[in-house]
Design a protein around this ligand. Structure first.
Ligand code: ADP
Ligand code: NA
Length: 329
């Protein structure tokens, strides 16, 4: 087919947030019918912070995230949904790409710097995360990678690694392009609108989980940080907290930034927060209901994952045959 191949994934760690939903999952669903889709639960990436996981916890979370993909609208008849570690070619290609990736490039990765800040012992895997991510994408010769803005630098290094590999060995991977939302590509924390909302943060009032109950969602939004003003005043520049609330609202209602601004002009912050919360609750309630139904049928879920992994492995292997040939193994 002449459809473009899409690859993306989420780590099975923490509780997925509306940042993951807006920046990644809802975008995958919106684009699903146009492309040939490969969606992965990247459990090998979750090992990069081993202190944060347990074996049993990781197994559970992996199935949770798979169920969540489907609950958000990823259709297993149209898209592959599988677990990264079940397709060994990801690890094999990651090793080969390690050998061609200059450390100077890796030393520029800002996410490594921030993720390693408060960690006592940092594993080589955390440093190497972007190379595994490059392998995930390149092993399928993916054309498009729908991710949030925080992954931009990692996607750029994947492009550079692909090119360098081609120069060294003559096998040219498809250059992967980023697919991101114009608005909402970086949702900020409700407690601190200068920091990215992240599922790995444990700060109170920081994130809204995709599976949170309505009362918890309302509570989180009511305590969201805005600024010292009392309401939306378009004659002044909007503060980061207010901009963030509008971005969330826009993503859940399909309204543009201008439409959101017009709707809330003159509204008190209390009204803004409860209106945004109501939109998020309305959007997530069917997702939560579907999640519980899908996750409840574990055998059915595993069947879908196994079938997808088999199909993904066949595609990855076709690439690896050429890669091994190119490098001489
Ligand atoms: P997290 O950063 O929350 O731990 P991952 O690293 O597993 O999550 O990222 C999963 C996907 O969600 C990636 O495509 C990432 O770009 C996207 N994403 C994560 N946080 C946000 C955010 N705050 N806003 C928009 N997209 C996000
Ligand atoms: Na991330």
């Amino acid at each position: 087919t002449n459809q473009k191949t899409v690859f993306s994934g989420v780590q099975p760690t923490g509780n997925l947030t509306i940042g993951n939903y807006i920046g990644a999952l809802s975008l995958w669903v919106a684009e699903q019918d146009k492309h040939d889709n490969i969606f992965c639960i990247v459990d090998l990436h979750a090992l990069t912070i081993p202190e944060a996981i347990t074996a049993a916890g990781l197994r559970e979370k992996t199935l949770d995230v798979a169920a969540l993909y489907m609950a958000c609208g990823i259709d297993s008849d149209r898209s592959l949904i599988f677990v990264q570690s079940q397709v060994r070619q990801h690890s094999e290609l990651a090793w080969i790409l390690n050998c061609v990736t200059p450390m100077g490039w890796m030393n520029r990765m800002t996410q490594f710097k921030s993720k390693s800040e408060n960690v006592e012992t940092i594993g080589v895997g955390l440093y190497d995360y972007p190379v595994l991510m490059a392998a995930d994408i390149l092993v399928y010769n993916a054309d498009l990678v729908p991710v949030g803005d925080d992954q931009r630098q990692h996607l750029e290094i994947a492009q550079d690694i692909a090119q360098r590999f081609g120069n060294l060995f003559g096998y040219q991977f498809t250059r992967p392009e980023m697919l991101a939302r114009k608005e909402g590509a970086r949702i900020m924390g409700l407690d601190d609108p200068t920091a990215k909302m992240s599922k790995s943060s444990s700060a109170r009032g920081h994130a809204v989980g995709i599976l949170d109950e309505p009362a918890a969602i309302m509570k989180a939004f009511k305590s969201a940080k805005t600024d010292s003003g009392s309401g939306v005043d378009l004659s002044q520049p909007l503060s980061p907290g207010v901009v963030n609330l509008m971005a969330i609202y826009g993503a859940f209602t399909g309204k543009t930034r201008a439409e959101c601004e017009a709707e809330f002009d003159g509204a008190g912050y209390g009204k803004l927060k409860t209106t945004v919360a109501d939109a998020v609750i309305a959007g997530l309630t069917p997702v939560r209901e579907r999640f519980h139904a899908i996750r409840g049928d574990e055998a059915g879920l595993r069947r879908i994952l196994d079938r997808s992994a088999e199909a993904a492995a066949a595609r990855a292997e076709a690439t690896m045959v050429e890669v091994r040939q190119a490098v001489g193994i």
